[in-house]
Design a protein around this ligand. Structure first.
Ligand SMILES: C[S@@+](CC[C@H](N)C(=O)[O-])C[C@H]1O[C@@H](n2cnc3c(N)ncnc32)[C@H](O)[C@@H]1O
Length: 255
């Protein structure tokens, strides 16, 4: 049984389980680019290397994955293989993934009428890639699932289950310690979805990082910054995507 997505009047996807939106009101594409890709130094970071791995907490509607894939595909200097590893406890239906990619936002903001511009060709690519994903998406059951796209040059590992447990399983079972070159922290807001940001979860994230791994999030919650700092991340706040004032960038530099 797929997770229920409620589509609000402004077109944005909402989670009845967590009472929160799946993405920024500035739009999912703008958020993926301005918060997650830029926050992790992409696309520059994957240039000149063979394989680049992104670890994400919260696959949701897959928009960060699809945007990362689209930006990678459009980059003449891309790495040979893009591996995207994402954890999700409540997978949605394929039709919601496609619907979200067809209209990634921006959504109306009374206080912020000027929406950030998104690149038209990326906007056109998203539904095409979403349909490719939807063709192999069969209500994923708990456990690890691997999907290959672009002749194996784009690999998606979907870890279905609770975040901390699945991250630990990835580290133990797959031998994936030091796996992640970039991390997107994208749970619902820490106040509504604390498990995604708990010290236990963030410690499990750190176990999958290597020195120099970049991490990005829309949340600059004090508890999140504190946990990351204690785990060996150098944490910075940067101007955020409206309506957020700030976003988070970090680098794993354990002593
Ligand atoms: C903000 S949404 C992610 C949006 C997504 N990155 C995208 O690009 O569409 C947060 C996701 O975290 C998932 N989630 C919440 N609590 C979780 C938990 N304890 N373990 C795993 N996933 C969880 C939710 O089901 C939801 O899909």
């Amino acid at each position: 049984m797929s997770e229920t997505v409620a589509w609000l009047d402004d077109g944005s996807p909402h989670s009845p389980r967590f009472s929160d939106r799946y993405r920024s009101r500035s739009g999912g594409l703008a958020q993926a680019q301005a918060v997650f890709l830029a926050g992790c130094g992409l696309p520059e970071g994957w240039r000149g290397i063979t394989q680049f791995t992104v670890l994400e907490t919260g696959f949701g509607l897959g928009l960060n994955f699809l945007t990362t894939w689209a930006v990678w595909a459009a980059d003449a200097q891309r790495c040979d293989v893009l591996h995207f590893v994402s954890v999700e406890a409540y997978p949605v239906a394929a039709m919601d993934i496609v619907r979200s990619a067809l209209a990634p936002g921006p959504f109306k903001m009374a206080d912020q009428p000027e929406a950030p511009l998104v690149e038209a060709d990326l906007l056109q690519r998203l539904p095409v890639l979403a349909r490719e994903l939807s063709r192999v998406w069969r209500d994923p059951s708990p456990g690890l699932h691997r999907f290959n796209f672009a002749n194996g040059r784009v690999q998606l590992t979907l870890a279905v289950g609770d975040v901390a447990a699945m991250l630990k399983r990835l580290a133990a079972e797959v031998g994936a310690t030091g796996l992640a070159d970039a991390v997107y922290l994208d749970g619902f807001s820490p106040a509504l979805n604390p498990d995604m940001w708990s010290p236990d979860t963030l410690q499990a994230v750190a176990q999958l990082c290597h020195p120099g791994t970049r991490l990005a999030s829309y949340s600059v919650a004090h508890s999140v910054r504190q946990s990351l700092t204690e785990l060996g991340f150098r944490v910075e706040k940067h101007p955020g995507l409206p309506p957020k004032r700030q976003r988070l960038e970090a680098v794993f530099l354990p002593t």
